[in-house]
Design a protein around this ligand. Sequence first.
Ligand SMILES: Cc1cc2nc3c(=O)[nH]c(=O)nc-3n(C[C@H](O)[C@H](O)[C@H](O)COP(=O)(O)OP(=O)(O)OC[C@H]3O[C@@H](n4cnc5c(N)ncnc54)[C@H](O)[C@@H]3O)c2cc1C
Length: 382
Amino acid sequence: MPELNDEERALRDAVRSFLEKKVAPDVAAHERARTFPWELLPQLYEFGYVRGGVPEAEGGDELSMMMQAILMEEAGRCWGSLRTTVNVQGMVARTLSAAADAGQRARFLAPLLEGRRFGWFGLTEPDAGSDAGAVRTVARRKGDGYVVNGSKIYITNALGCDFGILFARVLEEDGTDRGVTAILVDAAESRFGVHDIPHMPLRSTTSCELTFDDTVIPAANVLGDLGGGLSLAMKAVNVGRLNMAMGAVGLSQACLEEAIRFCRQREQFGKPIAAFQLVQQMVVEIATLTETSRLLGHRAARALDAGEPGRYECSMAKLYCGESAGRAATLALQVHGGAGLMEESPVERYFRDAREATIPEGTSQIQILHLGKALLGHSALR
Ligand SMILES: Cc1cc2nc3c(=O)[nH]c(=O)nc-3n(C[C@H](O)[C@H](O)[C@H](O)COP(=O)(O)OP(=O)(O)OC[C@H]3O[C@@H](n4cnc5c(N)ncnc54)[C@H](O)[C@@H]3O)c2cc1C
């Protein structure tokens, strides 16, 4: 049975060709300058990036998860910073689509899908990482608004975005705790601090700390139900895990292609290093990891397309594809010898970016604990 149908193969070929022509030639320069071509995103949205996860009735493309998985693999094959940027924009779009009222759709979702506005997804805090439910940022009701205090960390691209979804604990004026709630924060409307935390991978993204110090946000910006924030966040994160998994497949694929290209042209001891058994072993391991990762990612996408919750499949794909990308990048670098450590080689970037694949949207350890609970019926999380 062919793994992809004709439509899926056509999408893969079209987006790969676009990325190779329009994006790949500038990746190294952007990474060096730590810049990102935001102006290119609307053209990428034409393929279904970001719009793919939103129903047509709301201005989206309503693509199957399999089609979205293909888009993520191709983004990951081209550039980790692109993959993470479109993944986060997609999470924001899906969350808005799931919970926004008509006014919020017009103000935030429509311009996001047109590539005119960009959003961040603010869940993680200094003391709430893997334990996402431990959110301490507080939004206290005051008149027709909320006064927010607290901080968020590692928030992708908050510096380049003009609004975001903040997850904060809502307290009524009398102190009643309404639970963690999603709230839209518009940078043009509310004052808060943003700064980039210098980081190793994904150099064309920012990884930001946000500080809220008596930040005033209108009550109309509450997204969905009071207290419904964590379940909204977890829905977005489940698909986000699949997207990260497929981005990691793309990264492994890029490692494979670069390792093959290099070992065919590099000669030592009078012949191409491709002829040495130990080099072949490394290349075959990368190929096997890439193929098995892709199969697990596709299985998770097909499960979601079949209407299944897909939590088990997405967790397993995130775990395996992320860890495999790390191994694939290590091997690809080894195949390159010293050249792999030089910034002029793409595998230097693959190696840095692969380290990210096992951390956001649930670390590998957290995925193992989800899978362990599903298999054994006991939670080892706490
Ligand atoms: C590049 C990047 C981009 C990100 N983008 C965003 C974003 O846009 N929005 C956002 O909200 N967040 C974002 N994050 C945050 C990310 O989701 C968290 O880093 C992640 O959830 C892990 O939390 P932590 O870093 O606090 O690690 P911790 O939770 O402190 O974990 C540290 C270590 O302890 C392990 N550990 C923790 N609990 C357990 C347990 N119960 N059992 C076993 N081991 C455990 C972990 O696996 C890990 O190895 C981003 C992170 C990175 C690195």
